[in-house]
Design a binder for this molecule. Structure first.
Ligand SMILES: Cc1cc2nc3c(=O)[nH]c(=O)nc-3n(C[C@H](O)[C@H](O)[C@H](O)COP(=O)(O)OP(=O)(O)OC[C@H]3O[C@@H](n4cnc5c(N)ncnc54)[C@H](O)[C@@H]3O)c2cc1C
Length: 461
C-alpha cells in the first residue's frame, strides 16, 4: 500500500527539492538561511545520501583522491530541513505529489508539496546503443569512478602476467569516447596514472606499450575553451602519448573491442563512455514542455512553463541564453549560479512578493580544464591561459568550491601527499562492473558477430 506523507504542520509551506547535486544542495543551503524552519517545511529527496563534487571525480579513478574527499553527507547541510533517502519514481504535477521509494526497504510513499524544485541532473546518453551501454564504463557517479579504478588496476595486473604480446597490447589499450571536459579529464588522468604505476610497479609491462585513445566526434577536443586553447590542449594531449581520433564516433562495442564510424575496430579491454548526456526517464515523462535531450523548458525565472510553483535548474533544465541564442550547457558552474537565483525567486514567491523575482543572467567569467600532469587550459575573462598556471587556476578554483572546510583540508592534503608518494595501486573491495571472459583469445567478438563482412572493416592493430 502506498502511504501518503503529509506535512507535520499543515500551516507551513511545503517545499520539496528533488536531487542533492550542485543545484539541489545549493538551493537547500540558501533557502534554509531565510526560512529557519518557522514558515516553511523543506525536504530534499535524493537517491544518494551525499553530495558529489563531480569535477574531481576523475581523480578518484586515478587514486589521486579518495571517495570521502569529494562527497558530503546531505544531512550535514540540513540545519532545519528534512532529508529523504529515496528514489523518485514519478511526479504528479496536477495533484502536487511525488512518488518515492525508500532506498533501504523499497517502501513507496507519496510526498506532497506546495513548491517543487526539480534538480535531478542528467544521465549518460548512449543514443540507443545497447552494446555500448553494456560494455562501456561511464564516469558519472562515485561507483563509476571506483569501478574504473578497480578495472584499470586489474587490467595492469593481468597485463603484467600476460606473455602473448598481442593480447598484452590489447589489454593496455584504453579507449575513451568523448572529447568534452569529462572525456578529456578522465583520459588524461588515467593515462598519467597508468604511466606512473607501470614504471613504478609492473616490471613486465613496457610503459611505451600503454595506449590511451580519445575518440571525439568533433574536429578537435574541448570545444568549450575555444579554438586556440582547444588546439593547445590537443597538441599537449598528443605529446603526452595519448592518441586522439577526431571527426569519428563510436558506433558499437563488445567486451573486447570498440567499432568506430569509419569501420575501424579497436581491440581493447577498456572502453569509457563520456559521449553525451540526456535526462532521466522520470524527467522525460513529465507532462510539460521539453527541449534539447528532453530537458525541461523553463522561463527566465527558471519556472516550468504552465506550472509557476515548479522550478527546474541545473542539467535537467533547458534555458536559452538570449545573448547567444543557445541552450545553457550542462555545467556545475551554471547549476550553482541558477541555484542562487531559484532560491531568491522561491523566497520571493513564498513570502508573497512574486514581483521581486529576477530573470536568469549569466556572465561567464571563464572555463577551465586539466589536460594531464600539471597542465591545464583556462579561458578567464576572455584571457587565454595554458600550461602550469592554468592547472593551478583549475585546482584553486575547484578547491575553493568544495562545500566544507573539512573537504578542502582533505583534498589539499591528498594533493600534497601525491607530490611526495607514488601512485596507490590497490583495488577497492569487490566493486567491479565487468569481467573480460573473452580475452582468452585475440578473436574479436565483432568479427564473430559478422561486423566485418563488408570487408571494409580495418583493424586498429
Ligand atoms: C566526470 C565529470 C566531470 C565534470 N567536470 C566539470 C567541471 O570541471 N566543471 C563543471 O562546471 N562541470 C563539470 N561537470 C558537470 C557537472 O557535474 C554537472 O553539470 C552538475 O553536476 C549538474 O548539477 P545538477 O545538480 O543539475 O545535477 P547532479 O549534480 O548530477 O545532481 C543530480 C542529483 O539528483 C539525484 N537524482 C537523480 N535522479 C534521481 C532519482 N530518480 N531519485 C532520486 N534522486 C535522483 C542524484 O542522486 C543527484 O543527487 C562534470 C561532470 C562529470 C560527470
Amino acid at each position: 500500500m502506498i502511504r501518503k506523507f503529509s506535512t507535520k504542520n499543515p500551516a507551513k509551506t511545503k517545499i520539496l527539492i528533488l536531487g542533492g547535486g550542485f543545484a539541489g544542495s545549493n538551493v537547500l543551503r540558501e533557502i534554509q538561511k531565510q526560512f529557519k524552519g518557522n514558515d516553511a517545511e523543506i525536504t530534499l529527496v535524493s537517491q544518494d545520501n551525499f553530495f558529489l563534487f563531480t569535477p574531481m571525480l576523475p581523480e578518484i579513478s586515478s587514486g589521486m583522491l579518495h571517495a570521502s574527499d569529494i562527497t558530503n553527507p546531505i544531512r550535514t547541510f540540513c540545519k532545519t530541513a528534512n532529508f529523504c533517502h529515496a528514489r523518485i519514481l514519478s511526479i504528479d504535477v496536477e495533484n502536487k505529489g511525488v512518488s518515492v521509494i525508500r532506498i533501504f526497504d523499497q517502501k513507496e510513499t507519496v510526498l506532497e508539496y506546495d513548491y517543487l524544485v526539480l534538480a535531478l541532473g542528467s544521465k549518460d546518453n548512449f543514443f540507443g546503443n545497447r552494446n555500448i551501454e553494456e560494455f562501456a564504463f561511464t564516469i558519472k557517479t562515485l561507483e563509476d569512478a571506483i569501478a574504473i579504478r578497480n578495472h584499470i588496476v586489474s587490467v595492469l595486473e593481468c597485463a603484467d602476467q600476460e606473455r602473448d604480446p598481442v593480447l598484452q597490447e590489447q589489454l593496455l589499450r584504453f579507449v575513451v569516447v568523448g572529447g568534452g571536459f569529462a572525456g578529456v579529464e578522465i583520459a588524461t588522468e588515467i593515462n598519467h596514472f597508468l604511466q606512473d604505476a607501470t614504471k613504478d610497479y609492473y616490471k613486465n609491462i613496457d610503459a611505451g606499450k600503454i595506449k590511451t585513445i580519445i575518440v571525439s566526434a568533433r574536429d578537435g577536443i574541448l570545444p568549450e575553451v575555444g579554438e586556440e586553447l582547444g588546439k593547445f590542449a590537443l597538441d599537449h594531449v598528443k605529446k603526452s602519448g595519448i592518441e586522439v581520433i577526431t571527426n569519428t564516433k563510436a558506433v558499437d562495442a563488445g567486451e573486447d573491442h570498440v567499432l568506430l564510424s569509419d569501420n575501424t575496430i579497436i581491440p581493447c579491454a577498456t572502453l569509457i563512455w563520456a559521449g553525451g548526456v540526456t535526462v532521466d526517464p522520470l524527467v522525460a515523462a513529465l507532462k510539460c514542455e521539453h527541449g534539447q535531450s528532453g530537458r525541461l523548458v523553463v522561463d527566465q525565472y527558471l519556472r516550468l512553463k504552465d506550472y509557476p510553483s515548479i522550478f527546474a535548474l541545473g542539467d535537467c533544465a533547458n534555458l536559452v541564453d538570449l545573448k547567444t541564442n543557445t541552450v545553457y550547457p550542462t555545467t556545475a558552474q551554471i547549476a550553482i549560479r541558477q541555484s542562487k537565483l531559484v532560491s531568491e525567486n522561491l523566497i520571493a514567491e513564498v513570502k508573497g512578493n512574486p514581483n521581486f523575482m529576477q530573470p536568469f543572467v549569466y556572465h561567464n567569467r571563464g572555463v577551465m580544464a586539466t589536460i594531464g600532469k600539471r597542465t591545464g587550459v583556462a579561458l578567464v575573462n576572455g584571457k587565454k591561459i595554458h600550461g602550469f598556471v592554468a592547472w593551478v587556476l583549475w585546482r584553486t578554483f575547484y578547491w575553493s568550491h568544495l562545500p566544507t572546510r573539512e573537504k578542502k583540508i582533505k583534498v589539499g592534503f591528498d594533493w600534497l601527499l601525491s607530490l611526495i608518494f607514488r601512485a596507490d595501486i590497490m583495488t577497492v573491495g569487490f566493486i567491479k562492473k565487468k569481467t573480460l571472459s573473452r580475452l582468452e583469445t585475440p578473436i574479436y567478438s565483432a568479427i564473430e558477430r559478422g561486423i566485418d563482412q563488408t570487408q571494409s572493416v580495418s583493424s586498429y592493430l
